[in-house]
Design a binder for this molecule. Structure first.
Ligand SMILES: Cc1cc2nc3c(=O)[nH]c(=O)nc-3n(C[C@H](O)[C@H](O)[C@H](O)COP(=O)(O)O)c2cc1C
Length: 199
């Protein structure tokens, strides 16, 4: 066996993507400062934005079946009323589902990870498995889980590029988060991404 070291120039931090990757970190200490609606919109677009006339998106999807739904829990977003919103990728819009700052309830549902209260907003990914499993069967479940990782990474890198920090949160009470978001029965919450300025 021979150990071959990577060339010293990689990563050189000379390319913008290298900087984003190197600076991506799970942030759990937020300043509480608001995030603009324009930046929140960039995060939603990174998650599932449409980038092609045929409807293809920022993140890959098995069979282009797009089983993920993205929700925005806005707590301190300037220009957007606190509330719960669902992203509509095709129209690049959000639909307001509920009003009010629900961050404390979200933190409680996330097994009392109380630092979630200080994040300006949280994106929540939910899955509609049937959109993928009708074609791919049991393997489709794995595809959906792979896809949420793609989308979450997009959001984390976009957060860095906007001068913000983010975290990925998988530890939460599924039923409580589903109830908080008002999810229909066919949607399962998978992943939470709190975003905000670093403390
Ligand atoms: C699937 C998954 C679930 C996670 N859930 C949580 C969580 O509930 N709470 C938390 O604080 N961090 C959570 N994390 C973040 C990890 O703790 C973090 O990614 C790890 O410590 C590496 O640090 P880094 O993200 O800064 O590189 C989760 C990460 C992954 C991939």
């Amino acid at each position: 066996m021979t150990l071959i070291r990577l060339p010293k120039t990689a990563p050189s931090l000379g390319h913008p993507l290298e900087r984003l990757l190197a600076q991506r970190r799970t942030l759990r200490a937020y300043s509480g400062q608001p995030v603009s609606w324009a930046k929140a919109a960039c995060l939603l677009w990174a998650a599932q934005g449409v980038t092609d006339a045929g409807g293809l998106r920022t993140a890959p999807s098995a069979g282009a079946l797009y089983p993920l739904e993205v929700y925005l829990l806005a707590g301190a977003v300037t220009g957007l009323e606190p509330g719960i919103y669902r992203y509509q990728p095709r129209s690049d819009a959000v639909l307001r589902l509920a009003s009010g700052d629900r961050r404390a309830e979200l933190a409680a549902a996330a097994l009392h990870q109380d630092w979630l209260v200080d994040a300006a907003l949280t994106l929540a990914f939910a899955a509609r498995y049937a959109r993928t499993t009708w074609r791919y069967g049991r393997r489709g479940v794995q595809y959906v889980h792979i896809e949420v990782g793609h989308a979450a990474q997009n959001v984390q890198l976009m957060a860095v590029s906007l001068g913000l920090g983010s975290a990925v949160v998988g530890a939460f009470d599924e039923a409580r988060v589903a109830s908080l978001l008002g999810l229909p029965a066919e949607e399962t919450p998978l992943y939470l991404l709190p975003v905000g300025a670093a403390a």
